[in-house]
Design a protein around this ligand. Structure first.
Ligand SMILES: Cc1cc2nc3c(=O)[nH]c(=O)nc-3n(C[C@H](O)[C@H](O)[C@H](O)COP(=O)(O)O)c2cc1C
Length: 171
């Protein structure tokens, strides 16, 4: 466990992973963190999660999102629009869960990457086809890849703070 400030400040996009399995307990914790996220309506969260470790499936997805190919595990975030109440904000709901997952990964000593899928229709459809989703109410949103950081990648502080982006009282 890392303290919260360190987790937030050191999170980086980790695009390469060691050839080492991610423990199921850690995947479980990441899924728990995801579902602690805020949602636009309590009890109507659209999120569902597909955990993939199968190398052939990862390679197939990698043809669309290259960073997925060599990850030990990928979690596809799917929005179930039948569950969603405020449907216009489904992507915000999904994003909140995604960010929680990235942060929990850092907390567990892992590296993670947000691989964008939505809102590109063609990409969403290709991912849906690979994973066997045949229902237009189930929308692939993004893919979080996870693993122990590989060569050249580590979670470390990079100062992204920019004072010029802050406004007080009036714009
Ligand atoms: C909506 C979204 C989509 C992203 N999609 C990708 C992606 O497809 N591939 C990738 O390598 N990184 C992707 N990223 C990660 C960003 O490139 C990364 O967060 C940004 O460069 C800042 O670097 P940092 O995460 O290390 O702070 C995505 C991030 C977000 C929020």
């Amino acid at each position: 466990m890392v303290d919260f400030e360190t987790v937030v400040k050191t999170r980086r996009s980790i695009r390469k992973y060691q050839d080492k399995e991610v423990e199921d307990e850690k995947i479980d914790k990441i899924l728990h963190a995801a579902m602690q996220a805020p949602g636009s309506r309590l009890g109507a969260e659209p999120w569902e999660f597909l955990v993939i470790k199968n190398k052939d499936t990862l390679k197939k997805i990698g043809e669309i999102k290259p960073r997925v190919s060599d990850a030990p595990v990928a979690i596809i975030l799917l929005a179930n629009m039948e569950k969603s109440f405020y449907k216009q904000v489904w992507q915000q709901d999904m994003s909140a869960a995604a960010e929680n997952m990235l942060l929990e990964a850092v907390n567990l000593g892992l590296g993670a990457l947000w691989n964008g899928v939505a809102p590109i229709d063609d990409r969403m459809q290709k991912i849906a086809d690979i994973i066997g989703v045949d229902n237009e109410n189930i929308k692939p949103f993004c893919i979080i890849t996870l693993g122990y950081p590989g060569e050249g990648f580590e979670n470390k502080f990079m100062d992204k703070y920019d004072e010029s982006k802050i406004h007080y009282e009036t714009y």
